[in-house]
Design a protein around this ligand. Structure first.
Ligand code: ADP
Length: 454
């Protein structure tokens, strides 16, 4: 899951937790206060009824009831039970009828507030003593209005909770999207920087925030990378250049020695060996120079749109010059219908060198047997398959053929330095492509090169 979505979700969960706790708190608080106020109202009525019952004078009793009627009114399902102190029978029958706990009766005896709530009904009990008489009043009523209030509050809180969740998630997503916008921009820019445009830098705005810090850090790292690449590149280039002059002199001197008349056969053999080996060294130095140059110097290379089918024809022409009588055959049957699928953005010289290396290897390691080259494409890549019927590469060694100076164990018969394929691999990687090798000893080898088109 993307960090952006994770932040929006965490934000939503946290806020949901807070809103839920707040809603529960509001609900409990409102319920307690409504119920306390109802108990109080019921106790006032219970008190009036009790005092009215204790008055012997009928006319004064009716005054109590008048006041209650006029000023307080009846509560829904309001009921009062009066128990005289000695009326043990009535007390027992009520105790059986009503669902009141023992603690409720104990509180009445101790003249403490006795309140109880069950099945939407509120119960209160009062112990009234007046002029030597003692009665207990048990009153009950249903707070219809309060129950409705609580139901409405519950609906309001639940609906509010879900609506606020939707809002919080939407805003959370929007804000995390805004926060990550500059990071996405950096990712896009960094993706655009590769070995051939290592001189590019990220745009840094003047804000002194973490994002511009990150861009600065990337740019510093790219500076260091570019310098390191250049030092390494220059070192190999300079070393190769420095080798070239003495090598040319050595081979020239060897040729001169050979042309002198009257020297012994041993001396001639020795000059020939010096000449042959210095030629080899010269070739090796040139290859190393190319390997160093393919690496990174995007500024010097010219990048353009190249048609791969045309490039492969040029490679074939080069092979014909270097290895006349080779068996290279190009198969155009699988060419894509859309010509744009054959166009690669890259450097022609480098790509030609890369494909020449693979094709010439195939000719070399198959002793000029047939080499089939197929050009095709899929949705993303131009695919070039080069198959030979040569000596093959031992299974355990396939993974190492792109390591500089590596040569497989079955190549003693063939000349080589182990530089061609590392160079080819560098070039293909520089073009955002890849190489897949399949090989079987004694049967042949297939190199499949994938290059992104467009
Ligand atoms: P080399 O100068 O030795 O050919 P490369 O770098 O071009 O160096 O190739 C590295 C090694 O990969 C070779 O030494 C060889 O063992 C193996 N190799 C490359 N291409 C082929 C092929 N077509 N058939 C068999 N082996 C191959």
């Amino acid at each position: 899951m993307k960090i952006q979505n994770r932040i929006a979700l965490i934000f939503t969960f946290l806020t949901a937790g807070i809103i839920l706790s707040l809603s529960v708190f509001i609900y409990i608080f409102a319920s307690e206060s409504i119920s306390a106020s109802f108990f109080h109202r019921l106790e006032v009525r219970s008190d009036i009824v009790g005092h009215a019952a204790l008055i012997k004078n009928q006319s004064r009793t009716s005054i109590y009831y008048d006041i209650k009627e006029k000023h307080l009114g009846d509560l829904p399902y309001e009921q009062h039970q009066i128990i005289w102190k000695n009326d043990v029978k009535k007390a027992d029958s009520l105790r059986k009828k009503l669902p009141l706990p023992q603690s409720f009766y104990d509180a009445i005896v101790r003249k403490q507030p006795a309140r109880f709530f069950q099945n939407d009904t509120s119960y209160v009990g009062l112990n009234i003593i007046q002029s030597g008489e003692n009665i207990i009043v048990l009153s009950s009523a249903v707070d219809l209005y309060g129950l409705e209030e609580m139901e409405n509050l519950k609906k309001l809180l639940v609906t509010g909770f879900f609506i606020s969740l939707v809002f919080v998630f939407t805003f959370g997503k929007f804000f995390s999207n805004q926060i990550f916008q500059p990071i996405r921009q950096i990712i896009r820019n960094v993706k655009g920087i590769s070995a051939h445009n290592l001189n590019q830098r990220l745009k840094v705005d003047n804000k002194k925030d973490e994002i511009s810090d990150l861009s600065h850090t990337f740019n510093d790292m790219l500076d260091r990378l570019e310098i390191t690449f250049e030092i390494q590149n220059n070192f190999v280039s300079n070393a190769s250049h420095e080798f070239k002059t003495p090598l040319t002199i050595i081979s020239g001197e060897a040729q001169l020695g050979l042309s002198v008349s009257g020297i012994s056969d041993i001396a001639k053999d020795s000059f020939r060996t010096i000449f042959r080996e210095s030629e080899k060294l010269e070739h090796l130095t040139n290859s190393m120079l190319s390997l160093a140059q393919t690496g990174f110097d995007g500024k010097k290379e010219q990048w353009e749109e190249i048609r791969i089918d045309e490039l492969i024809l040029e490679v074939k022409a080069t092979a014909d010059q270097i290895m006349p009588g080779n068996g290279v055959m190009i198969n155009f049957d699988e060419l894509p219908d859309n010509e744009e699928n054959l166009v690669v953005y890259g450097n022609e010289t480098l790509l030609k060198a890369a494909f020449s290396n693979i094709v010439l290897n195939s000719c070399k390691y198959s002793d000029n047997k047939f080499v089939h080259v197929v050009i095709k494409s899929d949705e993303t890549y131009v695919i070039i398959e080069i198959t030979d019927e040569g000596i093959g590469i031992p299974d355990r060694e396939i993974a190492q053929i792109f390591v500089p100076f590596f040569r497989a164990s079955n190549t003693e018969k063939y000349k080589g330095y182990g530089i061609g394929l590392p160079l080819t691999n560098n070039i293909i990687k520089l073009h955002q492509g890849s190489i897949v090798v399949k090989s079987e000893v004694g049967i042949g080898t297939t190199f499949t090169v994938y290059l992104p088109f467009g």
